[in-house]
Design a protein around this ligand. Sequence first.
Ligand code: CTP
Length: 402
Amino acid sequence: MLAEKRILLIIGGGIAAYKVLDLVRRLRERGARVRPVMTAAAKEFVTPLSVGALCADHVFTDLFDRHAEQDVGHIRLARETDLIVVAPATADLMAKLAQGLANDLASAVLLATTAPVLMAPAMNPRMWAHPATRRNHAQLQADGVTFVGPNTGEMAEAGEAGTGRMAEPMDIVEAIAARLAGGPLAGRHVLVTSGPTHEPIDPVRYIANRSSGAQGTALAAALRDLGARVTFVTGPAEVPAPAGVAVQRVETAVEMLAAVEAALPADAAVFAAAVADWRVANAAARKMKKDGSGRAPALEFAENPDILARVAQMRKGRPALVVGFAAETDDVIAHASAKLARKGCDWIVANDVSPATGIMGGAENAVTILSPDGAEAWPRLPKDEVARRLAAKIAAVLGAGK
Ligand code: CTP
């Protein structure tokens, strides 16, 4: 798996840097070529001499090293690699990449690369828990960076315990192999719809719903992380679209249908969008004005196409797996099972969106997966975790060649 793979190893400045010597040894045993970059702080913890000897390569440390720049150059370092591994990934390195800073060799290489990036964070538990690090971690995940660890346990500082220990070298090796393998959805195309739709009343007014797009966005990112090529068809959502997916922005249900049809064929299609059921049939071409009569205008509605049902019932070219969501406020399971049958999809992800649950627009979701095989109720989880589990379930089915 790792034979002849080119790994650029960025060593950050932390006490866990000593474990990286073992990581290098294990990677080289498996045939990988490891090219090391050290930050200035890393050199305080391990010497370039030992790192260079173990890697059998030049140790790159300085953005302004004229010889190294002439010889290889930071852009080539960033390009000529199959994977960049940052270990230990310090709070500082995470913050730099999350912000797009590039004021030393390590951060410049991270910004200049198109190769996948795997980070093994290591820091004091309070630094890991700090809201700034939480933000950077979330941002980097959204940008497609994969993480291994940190683990929970005793820290190097006497008496300190918590989450912040770097993952063990063998766990990092496994994460590297998994990332290089491209994931279980490598070569698969998955379509995801997300967000609300806006249905115009006139050029300045529209009808919308409370969907933030958070669940669909998290799902697109999780599918991407498993190696899928993702087409992400999104209405005007509150949360930004994930990096590393093909984004198609639409506003109305009719536009969403067109974008979905244009994106097919796909191996799987997941319909997480909260599509408006009706559009305004008599939408005005100009802004509607009060006419002084005191009478309110009457809106006429027309039913929107059911995008999920259309795709689920395609005779030719139907995706092997079609997954719908069911947003319900009462009798959740009964309504969702009826939807499964009516729409003809393979699974329905049912969730209770009654206001008391705080799910619509919130950070968590409690879902039940309905399929012809039965119901699987998951506990209330962060939307990211629901997304990861759902992506893994999709990968299991597609991998098995459903
Ligand atoms: N959906 C769709 N196109 C529509 C309406 C819904 O693709 N015009 C999809 C949603 O993305 C979701 C599923 O259908 O995956 C169910 O959406 P939901 O709003 O819960 O159901 P509706 O079909 O609108 O049924 P109802 O309004 O009766 O609850």
